[in-house]
Design a protein around this ligand. Sequence first.
Ligand SMILES: [Fe+2]
Ligand SMILES: [Fe+2]
Length: 350
Amino acid sequence: MNRRDFLATSAKLTALAVLPMNIVEVAAAKESDTFTFAFISDAHLQHIKGTRFVQNWDKGLKMAVAQCNLLDPKPDFIIFGGDLAQLGKKEELDHGAEILSALHAPVKMMLGEHDYYLDLGETWQKMFGDPYYSFDHKGVHFVVLNSILVDEAWVNRWPTPMDRMQTMAGLDDPNGSPFMVGSRQREWLKKDLARYSDDTPIVIFSHSPLQKIYKGWNFWTEDCEEIYKIVKRFQKVNVIYGHVHQIQYNKIGNIAFNSVMSTAWPWPYPDSYAKAKRVVPKMTIKMNRADPFFERDATGWQFIDVHSGRVDVNYILPNNKNRTVRYNFKKNRPEDKDFQNCPQPPQIHY
Ligand SMILES: [Fe+2]
Ligand SMILES: [Fe+2]
């Protein structure tokens, strides 16, 4: 779907939602209030030797950058959602910065654990600046958090920085440690949000889900409930996260959650989703499984429309039918536009 079609469809659906209970939402949902940004994430660029990098991961990021540059109208900005590098090496971060420099819109950066645990973010910060910050755009307050911190004791227990990095880089390594935002950033967040009224739309970007989905794979943020308390007074809070390399969406209280795809590879679904039902609200439907005969299968990037303070995530999925997860104002939650009632979307390759 191109962006104009999407906007036209979106406007129609917004009009359909003109019901008394939603009248305030709809009144603010003029098309002129809509803007778009792009979200590229989890490139995992991997250095081999000299000037050689793993080609497949390079291709995924380069494809996302090229497609993003073709969007019309242009996105207002682009956020890179973390895990630019695979093992935090300077070569990987440099290589990633060079590929991202081809983007035709301002780029905002977020830190992932693969960028961090070799030198504890030293190279990344020199290149890209603070790992947590906020900004305002067209009436929406955006917050970028560094959600991949862990206990100090874990950080210092490794014989070498590369041992620490490789342990954290393993998805299911039992020697890892649960992610958290930490008290320093939570205090900063409280102060940052204090100057905004309750009806200001808030969009939070975090690398790990600000939820407790599955601890064994660090689809997890230990202090997420503390963050929920800080944002509780706001009427429209949206969290968009990377790290999980798969499509997820749900709602907890006033917060709508959407994940984004990786440009490199998909992670499978932990069995434990089923067991985590009491912790995680229904995760809705899964994406299709990766088919090894299609190189870019189950990878992708996304452009995101913000209107009425909620987000619609349009997933660009090479080799597959694109998907859209949009906010349903009538039901007050994000929903898949085409596959909401399917147990699993059909595998459609092009
Ligand atoms: Fe990742
Ligand atoms: Fe990650």
